[in-house]
Design a protein around this ligand. Structure first.
Ligand SMILES: Cc1ncc(COP(=O)(O)O)c(C=O)c1O
Length: 391
């Protein structure tokens, strides 16, 4: 056993205020269909600086609702980044449309307008944009492209709460924005998510779709229990318990973002001094990253040292993860269904196979970054000559 403090990759930040907020709901009688979700939606829109929000059970639910609402389905193609979570593509698959995977930019891990344009066909109906590692995509040329080709933009902002481009929060560029409150994210509701649209009628329709397709909420019913169902729907609602936790967490988001920014600056400095490793990063002045994680990519003669580094870091009590473990088109389901041509996704593969995501969050202190990077440095310098596995 060692006394050296453990640093998990991520840890939810739960305070006494959070516990109190949840207890107050439990001490009352309204566990769903109540005021907490309504207030959370309004406060989240205020945080984003616009839009109409709909609280949902997960980011995946928000993505699914987006494609359902916009009528995207069989015979349609949707541009999906190869370097993302499976949920981004699954939402497209569940509506029966075809994901067309596009490789990323190697520096940011994001899609670019030119890569998207080269994958468009007459069947393309939408572009799924993911703000990778919290770095906002360069949205103006993507919005311009979507307008020229009459395409919907669905923004997957699961790991980008707090990210903005030219002062506009991500999720407010396209037709829909989808956020995640899974425990390792910037803020959590246990499980949970938020749908946002700049158009009130879209959010109202999505709110009905998320709740069985019923035509009136509990408060809108003149006769209790009386409603009609004019359309198909799902149950993707968030509970009052989750919303109370979300509201309490949201109040601390500026402190969370400030801390993450300071930690990332330290990573940027220290990792910048190491040869053959680089951070997934941007220096574009118009981009404000949400600094979801510090993903370090091993290059050149260090390219195959990722797994040794993971082992060394974990042994030293430093948690790690990989964003994302494989380009989605290489995952078994998608490979079996659509085939996989490695040459088409070489940049996404490089990130998946040669990177490690290092801890970032409120549980990490400034000095921890020095220890993490020193351990990383030792792992690559002391393992010269040995080759690790890539998968
Ligand atoms: C880019 C991206 N999209 C979607 C999701 C799924 O989010 P949720 O678990 O809230 O459905 C994740 C989860 O990490 C993600 O990274």
């Amino acid at each position: 056993m060692t006394d050296t403090p453990q640093i998990p990759f991520a840890r939810p930040w739960i305070t006494d205020e959070d516990r109190q907020a949840v207890l107050e709901v439990l001490n009352g009688h309204i566990l769903t269909h109540g005021p907490q979700c309504k207030s959370f939606e309004q406060e989240f829109a205020a945080f984003l600086g616009g839009g109409h929000c709909v609280s949902v059970s997960s980011c995946m639910a928000a993505l699914h609702l987006s494609y359902l609402h916009f009528g995207i389905g069989p015979g349609d193609e949707v541009i999906v980044p190869a370097q993302t979570h499976a949920a981004t593509a699954h939402a497209v698959e569940w509506v029966g449309a075809t994901p067309v995977f596009v490789d990323c930019d190697s520096r940011t891990g994001n899609l670019t307008a030119s890569a998207i344009e080269s994958a468009l066909t007459s069947k393309t109906k939408a572009i799924s944009v993911v703000h990778f590692a919290g770095i906002p995509c360069d949205m103006p040329p993507i919005v311009d492209l979507a307008q020229r080709y009459n395409l919907r933009i669905i923004e997957d902002c699961a790991i980008a709460l707090g990210a903005s481009h030219q002062g506009r929060h991500v999720g407010l560029f396209g037709d829909a924005g989808c956020f995640s409150f899974y425990p390792v994210k910037h803020m959590t509701t246990g499980e949970g998510g938020m749908f946002v649209s700049r158009h009130e009628d879209v959010s109202q329709a999505v709110a009905r779709l998320r709740a069985f397709g019923v035509d009136r909420t509990h408060t809108e019913r003149t006769v209790p229990g009386m409603y009609d169902v004019p359309s198909l729907g799902l149950n993707y609602r968030m509970s009052e318990i989750q919303a109370a936790l979300g509201r309490s967490q949201l109040r601390r988001m500026s402190a969370v973002l400030a801390h993450r920014t300071a930690l990332f600056d330290r990573y940027r400095k220290l990792v910048g001094e190491l040869p053959n490793v680089r951070l997934i990063d941007t220096d574009a002045a118009e981009c404000r990253s949400s600094y979801y994680c510090a993903s370090v990519v091993f290059e050149g003669e260090y390219a195959h040292k990722r797994n040794e580094a993971v082992e060394r870091l974990n042994t030293a009590g430093i948690g790690t993860s990989i964003y994302y473990p494989q380009p989605v088109p290489r995952m078994t389901y998608y490979r079996n269904k659509y085939g996989f041509v490695p040459a088409n996704y070489s940049r996404a593969e490089h990130i998946s196979d040669h990177s490690v995501a290092l801890p970032l969050g409120m549980h990490v202190a400034g000095g921890d970054v020095d220890r993490i990077v020193a351990t990383l440095e030792r792992s690559v310098t002391e393992s010269a000559g040995r080759k690790g596995l890539t998968r």
